[in-house]
Design a protein around this ligand. Structure first.
Ligand SMILES: [Zn+2]
Length: 378
């Protein structure tokens, strides 16, 4: 048994009164975030000084005395908003130190931001679930109607309340629970993250993620074209906008569900999992690849592989991204620089005569490199 932290997400059905309280909290959290971001920027400009989280936190206590309305939302939510700001700062400076300029400076949160959320922490049973009644108790909201489609046993750590662009509300619970690990096995796999396919395995498998959503995407572009013709701000415009948002969410959900299915299977079947350590952000700059990369959701897949491996005592290792996985012959090690051209899909090694599919060859190279890195002999 291993203690893990798992997320459970449920649809919320708040009353009008509860909606008002939730929306007020979104607003207060945004205010706090922006207020302290402005303060930190000012202080840096004037005195080249930075403002720590704990200093912000004590300033928040003072601010609440001045602004009565900041006492209305759950207090943890405001603290968490400060923590988010601090994390955004830390991420920015960590990437700068590494020499990566892609991580942007923390931005002000806009009222028009479509994904609204706030996080609250568990203290003194302020968060509770009533499974048979489909209800969740949340701070400042009381019992909220909720679709509890999955039961769990464990300790609730925190709850994030969110609203998506189509208007639906959700609660995501972080729960500490006991997990029975998968039985150990002796398999290893190399994964090449592809462009036209989501991924290609060293076991000759091509896995894709687009086919499932293809028909919805065609629908989506039709809906978007219709939206463009509507008069902005009109009743029909808003109706159409909601349709677009709902379909967007549907596509995202199908993809995410499919990614979970794929990552669960890979983790179940293999003790050792290897992929390239791609700097996704670096590649997104290349405009031709950008759309495909977003579409195939590499980031999400590698994230899932990582935590599912951790839960189950599997080894997920990323091999160096500068390692020329598509150029080396996986049979003899000859380097074929012609494969730098992405259009070369198949090639014959001029040294040993092996016939290669570009992606499978790369996946086998990743597998071999991973085994070498970890000194694993199967
Ligand atoms: Zn060869």
């Amino acid at each position: 048994m291993k203690t893990i932290i798992k997320g459970y997400k449920y649809r919320l059905y708040p009353t009008d009164e509860q909606k008002e309280q939730i929306n007020k909290t979104f607003g207060c959290c945004r205010f706090i975030y922006n207020h302290f971001l402005a303060m930190r920027i000012e202080l840096y400009k004037a005195e080249q000084k930075s403002l720590s989280y704990s200093k912000c936190s004590s300033l928040l206590t003072q601010l609440k005395k001045e602004k009565e309305w900041l006492k209305e939302p759950d207090k943890c939510s405001l603290q968490n908003s400060l923590k988010d700001l601090d994390t955004a700062y830390q991420n920015f400076f960590r990437e700068i130190k590494k020499g990566n300029n892609n991580q942007g400076f923390p931005k002000f949160k806009s009222k028009r931001n479509n994904n609204k959320s706030y996080k609250t922490n568990f203290t003194n049973n302020n968060i509770e679930l009533y499974f048979t009644n489909n209800q969740v108790k949340l701070p400042k909201l009381g019992w909220v109607h909720c679709k509890l489609h999955r039961e769990f046993t464990g300790k609730i750590l925190s709850a994030t309340i969110s609203q998506v662009p189509s208007g639906k509300y959700f609660v995501s619970l972080n729960v500490e629970c006991k997990h029975t690990q998968l039985p150990k096995n002796n398999n290893a796999v190399g994964l090449d993250l592809g462009i036209s396919d989501l991924l290609i395995t060293s076991d000759d498998e091509f896995i894709e993620n687009d086919k499932l959503t293809y028909k919805y995407e065609k629908q989506l572009s039709k809906l978007q074209r219709q939206l463009a013709k509507k008069e902005k701000g009109s009743k029909n415009f808003h109706k159409q906008k909601a349709r677009v948002a709902r379909l967007h969410e549907k596509i995202a959900n199908i993809r995410k569900y499919n990614l979970h299915r794929i990552s669960s299977r890979i983790v179940k079947e293999n003790q050792f999992i290897f992929s390239e350590d791609l700097n996704v952000k670096g590649m997104v700059k290349n405009r031709n690849l950008a759309k495909s990369i977003h579409d195939v959701s590499w980031y999400e897949l590698t994230r899932q592989l990582q935590y599912k491996s951790d839960w189950n005592g599997r080894v997920y290792h990323k091999v160096d991204r500068y390692f020329a996985s598509s150029q080396l012959c996986s049979s003899c090690g000859y380097k074929n620089t012609e494969t730098k051209n992405l259009n070369v899909r198949t090639w014959i090694c001029s040294e040993c005569g092996s016939n290669h599919n570009r992606d499978i060859n790369a996946a086998i190279n990743i597998l071999n490199q991973g085994l070498k890195d970890l000194e694993v002999i199967l």
